[in-house]
Design a binder for this molecule. Sequence first.
Ligand SMILES: [Zn+2]
Length: 73
Amino acid sequence: MRSAHARAKDPVCGMSVDPTSAEVADHGGRRHYFCSSVCAEIFRADPDPWAEPMEHAHGEATGAEAGTAHAGH
Ligand SMILES: [Zn+2]
């Protein structure tokens, strides 16, 4: 059975999720959808890194790797 609904993207793990059954969290005036309550809780705990547009995900790297990746910044 195929759904005609557009898929939403879980910003935490990157999975496609069904908005009609996904976990949701509102942040910054937008609604975000998650594959599970686990991802939703991760997002709610610290929404800002996940709410950034994926194309310019600046704070994605954590720990030592961030230093080398943004050496010129
Ligand atoms: Zn997820």
